[in-house]
Design a protein around this ligand. Structure first.
Ligand SMILES: [Zn+2]
Ligand SMILES: [Zn+2]
Length: 302
C-alpha cells in the first residue's frame, strides 16, 4: 500500500500546501481520500494518473474536503474515461454532484456510482476493506475511516521452486496465483511455492475532529494513524471552538491507540513550512512511536 499526500493544508491553500487529499494505491486498486480544490492539479504535478482513480471517499461536506471533485469529474469526461468511478460520501453528496452536473450540462461517458457512508457496514472494494465511524467535528456530520488492505499473497519461496524444477519463466505465473505445467508434465500449484497469505496493513484517517474515542478504538494497533493537527497546543481554545485537534492531542490519541506510526496533517494556513517541526516535537511529548509531518507529494509505503 502506498500513501501519497496531495494536500496537507486546512481550510485555505498556502504556497506550499494544497487542500486535503490523500491518494492510497495498491496493485489493482486506488482510493482518493477527500478531494479538496486543486486536487487534480496536485495529482498532475505528482505524476499520478487521473484516469486510474477507481474510488473517491469524501469524509464530510466542508468545501475544503470536496470542492475538487466536480472539476476532476469534468476532466475525466474530457479525457474519455470509460471505467466506472465509485464515490462514497455523506448522504447529500450524490444530490449535490448530480444537480451541478445537470445545470452545468456536464456530460461524460463513464458511470458514477454512489454509496452513502454507513457506520454499520463494511465496504469491500477490489483490494481494500473500508469501515467508517463518526468523529467529533463541532457537530458537523463527519466520518473517520479505517482502511485495511485485503490479505496479501504469501511470499514466493525460490528454494521450493528450485527443488520442483520450476523454470524462471513460469515463476511469475505462480506468484499471480495460477498453477503451471512443467516440461515434464507435472502440475505445480501456487501453494507449493508460496508461503501462507499475509495480513494487509491497516490505516486509519481521522478526518477533521477533536480527539475522540471512536478514533482511538478503530486505530487500536493500526500500522498508520493519519490524524489532523490543525493547531499547536497554544491555540487549543481555537481547536475546541472549531472542532479540530492540536498536535499534542493527536499524539495523545496515537499513544492511547498504540499505533505503529502517526502522520500529522491538515495544518492551519497560519503556520509556515518552518513551523511544522514544532508539530512533531509537540506530538512527541505524548507519543514515543514514529511521527511523520505530512508534506504535499510525500509518499509513505505501508
Ligand atoms: Zn478540513
Ligand atoms: Zn471540516
Amino acid at each position: 500500500m502506498k500513501v501519497r499526500f496531495l494536500g496537507t493544508s486546512s481550510a485555505i491553500p498556502t504556497n506550499d500546501r494544497g487542500l486535503p487529499s490523500i491518494l492510497i494505491k495498491t496493485l489493482g486498486d486506488s482510493i482518493l481520500l477527500d478531494c479538496g480544490e486543486g486536487t487534480q492539479r496536485q495529482m498532475i504535478k505528482a505524476g499520478e494518473s487521473l484516469m486510474k482513480i477507481q474510488n473517491v471517499v469524501i469524509t464530510h461536506l466542508h468545501g475544503d474536503h470536496f470542492f475538487g471533485l466536480l472539476p476532476l469529474i469534468q476532466t475525466l469526461g474530457i479525457l474519455r474515461k470509460s471505467s466506472e468511478l465509485h464515490i462514497i460520501g455523506p448522504s447529500d453528496l450524490e444530490d449535490i454532484i448530480r444537480r451541478i452536473e445537470n445545470v452545468t450540462g456536464s456530460r461524460h461517458q463513464f458511470k458514477i456510482s454512489f454509496d452513502e457512508i454507513k457506520i454499520s457496514k463494511i465496504f469491500s472494494l477490489n483490494k481494500f476493506l473500508l469501515e467508517f465511524f463518526p468523529v467529533n467535528h463541532a457537530g458537523f456530520e463527519t466520518y473517520g475511516v479505517k482502511i485495511r488492505e485485503k490479505e496479501k499473497p504469501g511470499r514466493f519461496d525460490p528454494e521450493k521452486a528450485d527443488k520442483l524444477g520450476v523454470p524462471p519463466i513460469l515463476r511469475g505465473v505462480l506468484q499471480k496465483g495460477y498453477s503451471v505445467k512443467l516440461p515434464n508434465g507435472r502440475i505445480v500449484k501456487p501453494q507449493e511455492v508460496m508461503g501462507p497469505p499475509r495480513e494487509g496493513p491497516v490505516l486509519v484517517y481521522s478526518s477533521d475532529t477533536r480527539p475522540v474515542e471512536s478514533v482511538i478504538n478503530k486505530a487500536s494497533g493500526a500500522d498508520m494513524l493519519i490524524h489532523e493537527a490543525t493547531y499547536l497546543n497554544e491555540l487549543k481554545d481555537r481547536a475546541i471552538m472549531t472542532g479540530h485537534s492540536t498536535a499534542l492531542e493527536a499524539g495523545e490519541v496515537a499513544k492511547a491507540a498504540n499505533v505503529k506510526m502517526l502522520v500529522l496533517t491538515h495544518f492551519s494556513a497560519r503556520y509556515r513550512e518552518e513551523d511544522l517541526a514544532k508539530f512533531k516535537k509537540e506530538a512527541s511529548k505524548a507519543f514515543d512511536g514514529e511521527i511523520i509531518v505530512a508534506k504535499d507529494f510525500m509518499t509513505i509505503n505501508l
